[in-house]
Design a protein around this ligand. Structure first.
Ligand SMILES: C[S@@+](CC[C@H](N)C(=O)[O-])C[C@H]1O[C@@H](n2cnc3c(N)ncnc32)[C@H](O)[C@@H]1O
Length: 216
């Protein structure tokens, strides 16, 4: 059986048996393989924009005698999404992720997005709310000295609160500590001559503390 990292496992906790998934930017294809080997979803298409990455995925799939369709595509552009209801996008920055999700027409039947973005989570959550995706759950995973944010969005007209859009659900004390520490470090590096920037960062820390308090 294929083994996957703790951060990829976090993604699998949001899939359901009847999900028909595209693993966008599959790279080595290990997540797609894991989902099929463990019967966690009913279908997976593994895709990547990079030819070498897709070749690796194909080789890993063939080694295990599995039947997983692979597609070379920039995002979902060249993928037939007829019977697909879920996209998994992980290990990319928010601007790439939003590029992949830019075509609203292609997203018509996609009712679930599982996203592990490397950065700019506020921008991601805000843009996806505007596109009609509601942040239902989020988990925070520490793996190999790094924090990973795994977000489950579902199609809905509901909107998240500003605190959730900015900071997530703040339901993991270790991650909350990390968020505060990161902001204190930024504050420390701002020179006293940049008074406004220092003041704004100070306000941000106060807002995070308030949001953590409210979330309890
Ligand atoms: C850091 S790897 C992450 C791989 C895997 N999703 C994971 O989380 O382990 C990023 C992958 O996304 C692919 N990628 C980047 N931009 C893409 C795009 N616009 N469409 C499809 N794949 C893309 C890259 O080629 C690369 O294989």
């Amino acid at each position: 059986m294929t083994r996957i990292s703790k951060r990829l496992k976090a993604i699998t906790s949001y899939v359901a048996k009847d999900d028909k998934v595209v693993d966008v930017g599959c790279d080595h294809g290990l997540l797609s393989i894991y989902l099929i080997e463990n019967n966690l979803v009913s279908k997976v298409i593994a895709s990547d924009v990079n030819e070498n990455a897709l070749k690796n995925a194909i080789s890993n799939i063939e080694k295990r005698n599995l039947h997983i369709k692979t597609v070379l595509s920039d995002g979902i552009e060249k993928i037939d999404l007829k019977d697909i209801n879920t996209l998994i996008i992980s290990g990319m920055g928010t601007s790439t992720i939003l590029h992949i999700l830019h075509d609203n027409k292609k997203l018509k039947k996609i009712n679930k997005l599982i996203i592990q973005a490397n950065n700019d989570h506020y921008i991601l959550r805000e843009n996806l709310n505007e596109k009609g995706y509601y942040l239902k759950e989020e988990s925070y995973t520490y793996d190999k000295n790094k924090w990973y944010v795994t977000s489950l969005f579902v199609k809905s007209d509901n909107k998240n609160t500003i605190d959730v859009l900015k900071y997530g659900f703040l339901n993991n004390e270790d991650y909350n500590d990390y968020l505060l520490k990161k902001n204190y470090e930024i504050l420390k590096k701002i020179p006293f001559s940049s008074f406004k920037a220092k003041f704004n960062r100070f306000k941000e820390i106060r807002n995070i503390k308030k949001a953590i308090y409210k979330s309890k």
